[in-house]
Design a protein around this ligand. Structure first.
Ligand SMILES: Nc1ncnc2c1ncn2[C@@H]1O[C@H](COP(=O)(O)OP(=O)(O)OP(=O)(O)O)[C@@H](O)[C@H]1O
Ligand SMILES: [Mg+2]
Length: 397
């Protein structure tokens, strides 16, 4: 058969896309969360279409369908929405009004823009969660060092005070601990809206990942313990090493919050446990979240499969842990560029460690991957995961 005899496959003779996929999900952003969602999309026969900043983005190199565009560009968002069953998010840096425009045009968006606002604006989230009766740290909106000092003298309970940019912060950027009015003024000079928050005496930080469908069905994962260094999550332990009673309260609180704000898809609730065992809500993320990465190996259903099921309004999977302990250690870029290819084999030599690399250029402090280990005991699993992480990346300083 010569080339000329092979009939060309015309678009008309190709099966329509709907016959080849079980559903089409659009995701704004193409970072590591979209990359891990793409793995789940493959399993479920879902076509994931991402709005990427570049063809080098982690989800694009993992094989997701993509188009290049900015999350600020309404036309790009409209184009994505027109091509999928539902639009969801890899990050929250997309104008809320653009998503509202998509909803008004009849597109499905998960999370709903009103729920997403809880993950986009810390001032809004604090106010609304407090109004709904959920426990949050003492807070107020501030625009000068004098106002911060007044807060410290009153409700804030003294110095230090935590200043948080209402919008745009992540991985500890936009979170500043200040010790006096002059210190506060220096931070506030950066501009934008800031809230002042009581500096909480934190015994443990927890996160609860909940999946919820538009129809209301919800599934809550066991509470995870999160360990931060310099405001950035470095380790997770599932289940959290807290009293069963605290764990039960944390899971119930997060489940209630997600229902109260009508969250859909994955919603992660970050919590503080205070020295006296009180739970306070830190922040919400209306998308798959770092604290859920441990569910890939550590739970019956990973948060990424669960997110697709939830946004497509499909039945949710079991959230049970599959081992007595599952831990995760983030891989943060070291001071010098890392040759992961050269280092990977020695990390893989450690038994029972799963390595996830995000296909990102290493920069100091940047999340470039994570490792997970399961075991009978959290400390023993942490030892293996930390050893694997240290074989892959150099310590921060
Ligand atoms: N009020 C507080 N009191 C004490 N520590 C706090 C307070 N608020 C935040 N922190 C510490 O700073 C960390 C980062 O804060 P937060 O989660 O608000 O910021 P973020 O940069 O948006 O985080 P993420 O990386 O989760 O997006 C918290 O995990 C906690 O360790
Ligand atoms: Mg946080």
């Amino acid at each position: 058969v010569t080339e000329a005899q092979v009939p060309a496959v015309s678009a008309a003779t190709r099966a329509p896309a709907s016959h080849l996929t079980t559903g089409r999900v659009g995701m704004v952003g193409a970072g590591q969360l979209a990359r891990m969602t793409q793995r789940a999309a493959i399993d479920l026969g879902v076509h994931l279409e991402v709005l990427a900043a570049s063809a080098d983005d982690p989800a694009v190199t993992a094989g997701a369908g993509y188009r290049i565009g900015s999350p600020d560009d309404l036309d790009a968002l409209r184009g994505l929405a027109a091509d999928v069953d539902v639009v969801t998010l890899d990050h929250e840096l997309v104008p809320n009004e653009h998503l509202r425009a998509l909803v008004e045009a009849g597109h499905r968006v998960a999370p709903d823009p009103a729920a997403l606002a809880f993950g986009q604006d810390k001032q809004h989230a604090r106010r609304e969660l407090a109004a709904l009766g959920f426990p949050v740290p003492a807070f107020t909106t501030v625009s000068s060092g004098a106002e911060v000092a007044a807060f410290a003298d009153g409700e804030g309970g003294g110095w230090p005070v935590v200043l948080k940019a209402a919008r745009g912060g992540y991985d500890g950027r936009g979170v500043e601990v200040v010790v006096d009015a002059a210190d506060a003024d220096e931070v506030l000079r950066r501009g934008g809206t800031w809230i002042a928050e009581a500096h909480v005496d934190i015994a443990t930080e927890l996160a609860v990942v909940v999946a919820r469908r538009p129809s209301g069905e919800a599934a809550t994962y066991p509470v995870v313990e999160t360990v931060q260094r310099d405001g950035i999550c470095v380790e997770l332990v599932l289940p959290a090493r807290v009293d069963t009673e605290v764990a039960r309260r944390a899971e119930a609180l997060a489940t209630d919050i997600v229902a109260a704000i009508d969250g859909t898809g994955i919603v992660a609730t970050e919590l503080f446990v205070t020295g006296s065992g009180e739970l306070l809500v830190n922040e919400l993320a209306l998308r798959p979240h770092n604290s859920g990465h441990v569910t890939i190996e550590g739970a019956v259903t990973s948060q990424f499969h669960q997110h697709l099921r939830a946004v497509l309004d499909w039945p949710l999977g079991a959230t049970d842990a599959v081992a007595p302990a599952a831990v995760m250690v983030n891989l943060l870029g070291g001071p010098a560029p890392t040759d992961l290819g050269a280092r990977l084999p020695s990390a893989l030599a450690i038994p029972g460690v799963a390595v996830h690399l995000y296909g990102k250029v290493s920069r100091p402090g940047r999340k470039i991957g994570h490792v997970t280990a399961l075991g009978d005991d959290a400390d023993e699993a942490l030892e293996r995961a930390r050893e694997a992480a240290s074989r892959l990346v150099d310590p921060q300083d």
